[in-house]
Write a protein that binds this ligand. Structure first.
Ligand code: HEC
Length: 143
């Protein structure tokens, strides 16, 4: 239990540190969007690992929140705003259609999960499917 608490504190600290000193509000908004997605993935991950008790409604809510934020991703990244703290690659705006397609993919996967997660065992596959969509976009568009 002690380790779990330590881990959570540590992750929260990382998120705060990442946002510190961001000057551009447009960049801050898209980072917050990503952090919100990550928070909800963490909710599912904790249930998958048994660190928190599985609850179907909460799990589906988390998946739906990811889908909603994924819809916002496309809008929030439309402006090619920059900031020294940003990890966004310029390629996003050279290939915005592809970037959008990757956000749509995350939305689709998350929305499907928000209707399908029924038992704890579903979370393993859910985490794998979600993780693949994050990775697919980060590999090309995040420094
Ligand atoms: C459509 C592309 C795309 C998808 C899909 C995507 N990300 Fe991101 N993510 C980015 C980009 C680009 C950045 C860098 C933004 C910046 O620094 O300006 C980022 C940054 C982040 C950050 C750092 C935010 C910060 O505070 O600086 C986290 C955490 C993150 N993503 C988590 C996730 C997770 C978890 C998923 C999957 C569930 C995911 N992302 C899916 C593009 C994406």
């Amino acid at each position: 239990m002690k380790r779990v608490i330590f881990m959570c504190t540590c992750l929260a600290a990382t998120a705060v540190a990442a946002h510190q000193g961001v000057q551009n509000p447009t960049v801050k908004a898209r980072m917050d969007n990503m952090s919100a997605i990550a928070e909800n993935v963490k909710t599912l991950g904790s249930m998958a690992k048994g660190q928190t008790t599985f609850d179907q409604a909460s799990a589906r809510d988390a998946a739906l929140a990811i889908a909603t934020h994924a819809v916002e991703t496309t809008t929030l990244f439309q402006d090619p705003a920059t900031d020294p703290k940003s990890e966004a690659r310029a390629e996003i705006w050279e290939n915005f259609e592809d970037f959008t397609a990757k956000a749509d993919e995350l939305e689709m996967v998350a929305r499907q999960l928000s209707n399908s997660i029924s038992v704890k065992a579903d979370l393993g596959v859910a985490m794998k499917d979600l993780g693949a969509t994050c990775k697919s976009c980060h590999a090309d568009y995040r420094k």
